[in-house]
Design a protein. Structure first.
Length: 81
């Protein structure tokens, strides 16, 4: 059985890799978005896609530098089943 955090991580990883056409293996791990060659426009695209998929609004002041940052936010702000 997979825990909720792992499921979220895999879903966000897949979403970002498809949206930005980047190999998921390149995105996984401790690297942040900037280290993968992304810029602020890429980050805005990712935020909008995550907000739409999970039906959340991510405030501007939430620090989002990596997939883990998204997962941490979603884990706190989405209901588990």
């Amino acid at each position: 059985m997979t825990d909720y955090r792992t499921t979220l991580y895999n879903e966000v990883l897949t979403l970002i890799s498809r949206l930005k056409a980047i190999d998921p293996r390149k995105l996984s791990g401790p690297k942040g978005f900037w280290e993968n060659g992304m810029d602020i426009v890429d980050l805005v695209d990712i935020i909008l896609a995550v907000e739409k998929k999970y039906n959340v609004v991510i405030p501007d002041e939430v620090p989002l530098y990596s997939i883990d940052d998204f997962v941490n936010y979603l884990q706190i702000n989405t209901a588990t089943e």
